[in-house]
Write a protein that binds this ligand. Sequence first.
Ligand SMILES: [Zn+2]
Length: 421
Amino acid sequence: MAHLTFLGSCREIGRSGFLIEEQDESIVVDYGTKLQNPPSFPPAIPYDDIQALALTHAHLDHSGGVPIILKSSEASLFCTPATRDLSSLLLRDMYKISNGRLPFNRDDMSLIKKKSVAALYEETFPIGRYFEMTFFNAGHIPGSAMISIRVDGKRILFTGDFNAYESRLNPGARENLPRHDIVVTESTYARRRNPPRATIEQDLIDTIIETLERGGTVLIPAFAVGRSQEIMCILESYKIPHKYPIFIDGLARNVNDILMKHPEYISSPQAFARAVKRIIVISGNRERREAANSGGIVISPAGMLKGGASHLYFKLMHDNPLNSIVLVSFQIPDTPGAELLATGEVTVGNRKYKVKADVRMHHLSSHSDADGLLNLLENIPGDPEFYVVHGESESCDALAESLTEIGKTAHVPEVGDTVSI
Ligand SMILES: [Zn+2]
């Protein structure tokens, strides 16, 4: 009988990891990190048995520990080509920021390219003697996947992070999923209901146009992978007049290069290519100062004003009331972005900055909200049993409760729990 062990992302977001074992073989799905100082990883596992490491998507909370598995085992890495390239980029960046204080080195990170097998959506692979694996589009970021594993005649689905709704950048998650016996699902926004996407986009565009027309510059701190490109695509589709320049900075530049090589993961590759052509790429501090006073739009990581080039722009732009700072993602408590929303001030180092620029929040989520989660999950045939992970403790409970209310069986596992399949 096969077993499933929860290695991480139990009642938290971070260090995702799952282990499926059948006799002397196993598959690992995701092996992420929790970005704290120092970063933490899921517990060690018996490396000799691992036949494959399957990666749902590139974000570090899912991929940050991948080099640990690859250097310690004979496992191949199964992921989409976009995930392979994006996770390599994010890992190299994490390595740089951590000054090498990680349980792996540069050579270990290069194993991602060497040991990866391109997993395409809807294709099924036999793994070892006991397993079969299929990837489905998850709609979360380009290349993101839900991973379905067949063992002992049972099917287990790992949703990874998913968005049931189409966005400007990503096609929505696979509809009409096949029957499953067990579903391990994320629950990030199980306690949120998002307004319709068109409303959020229109509000965002209104803020931007207002700012530009009064002569201000717009700063949009955004995650490098996914969110920055989503904004570029929105600006493209609403046809922001060309007299207003659009700048992009930080890691988002490299992400654009990678996605141009993988257009098959994007809703509208033509619109994305037009957006990439339009933007001005920034590479030095003189250009940054010019962009901050350009009367245009600056898209720059990090998404919560936590370091990256966004700090520099913040310092240059915060005290001009004509400017706007537009946050586009949930701001985790204790980040500068959360402080800004709550107090109108931001602490950088020992200094507190009082913000005179207009501060707005337009939340462009890349996860399903409560309705999107439930709608996708309840339509999976086979009356599967659910295990709810990857959310704050309250969100895991909320989704498990909603599933129970519609007659499903749902559990919220703890780290280290093992269940029989
Ligand atoms: Zn993610």
